[in-house]
Write a protein that binds this ligand. Structure first.
Ligand code: NAD
Length: 282
């Protein structure tokens, strides 16, 4: 690649600007939990947003309605992120409708827990298929479009941004959830390796690593006072995370304010990764 073709970096300077004005974003698994909050938040920051869902059309349409209420364009597209043909069709539909993509938030994910010796191959494959292969398939389509289009300086310093929704379990081992932890460990090195590969094209790739966030994926961990008290033993900051905590971090990571941030795992976890067991003694 010829460095001389890269435009000068134009850093935004208006303090009241919307972080993502004029950008087009795709959020996978955006009809629930973190993805839904991220999708609406990106719209509040000025992006047009595609809400991907695999099931739950009604919730997806509600998210789109909230996006439209911000004044931005919103569109729900059904696709299973682990299905190559459906992912390709989703990107085609998005580019036809909105022209291009500037931000991919690879958020869709699930758990299928089991003791290791009882885990079925179907449970292993399902979790790896959605959490890791799904992120690969969507990131690949996004990179193709980012490379095709290149940097548009009026829109962003970068040719494109990918945010991988990882987890504290990309570094914290998790008994009983080996498939999930393995998928997030894979997301970590996919994110960093891809970031290294595409940085010369001014494509930024980073991950957000949530701690315990109040969503349907982990209801058991917070819905009773007893469960919540147990959970707090793991969180030095002494509160559960809310989807908006992740949405704010994601919007920043996707914005030009984070233009020199590349290949990082950004933990948003109230200190869960600070070995809270060592707070006293050790
Ligand atoms: P959630 O269950 O509310 O949302 C997950 C979304 O992914 C849903 O919309 C679901 O329909 C979608 N999805 C599942 N399979 C799909 C597929 N094949 N194709 C497209 N979409 C699919 O859970 P959440 O907590 O909002 O999780 C979002 C992401 O955050 C996941 O990647 C999860 O691993 C990660 N995460 C969550 C927490 C937490 O505490 N909630 C912590 C760390 C990481």
């Amino acid at each position: 690649m010829n460095d001389e073709t890269l435009p000068e970096v134009i850093m935004p300077s208006c303090p009241n600007r919307q972080l993502l004005k004029g950008q087009k974003a795709l959020v996978t698994g955006a009809n629930s939990g973190i993805g839904r909050e991220v999708a609406v938040y990106l719209a509040k920051e000025g992006a047009d947003v595609v809400v991907n869902y695999v099931a739950g059309k009604r919730a997806a349409n509600q998210a789109v309605a909230e996006i439209k209420a911000t004044g931005q364009r919103g569109l729900a597209i059904q696709a299973d992120v682990s299905n190559e043909a459906q992912v390709k069709a989703m990107f085609r539909q998005m580019c036809d409708a909105l022209g291009t993509i500037d931000i991919l938030v690879n958020n869709a994910g699930l758990q299928q827990d089991a003791p290791f010796d009882e885990m079925t191959l179907a449970q292993w494959n399902k979790v790896l298929g959605v959490n890791l292969t799904g992120q690969f398939l969507c990131a690949r389509e996004a990179v193709r479009e980012f490379k095709r289009r290149g940097v548009v300086p009026e829109v962003s310093c970068a040719a494109g941004k990918i945010i991988s929704m990882s987890s504290v379990h990309e570094v914290i081992p998790w008994a009983g959830h080996v498939n999930y932890a393995a998928s997030k460990g894979g997301v970590m090195l996919m994110t960093k390796s891809l970031a290294q590969e595409v940085a010369p094209y001014r494509i930024r790739v980073n991950s957000i690593c949530p701690g315990a966030i109040r969503t349907p994926i982990n209801t058991d961990a917070w819905e009773t006072p007893e469960a919540y008290a147990e959970l707090m033993k793991l969180i030095p900051y002494n509160r559960i995370g809310e989807p908006e905590d992740i949405a704010r971090a994601t919007a920043w990571m996707a914005s030009d304010d984070a233009d020199y941030v590349q290949g990082v795992s950004f933990f948003v976890d109230g200190g869960m990764t600070l070995y809270p067991g060592f707070a006293e003694g050790g």
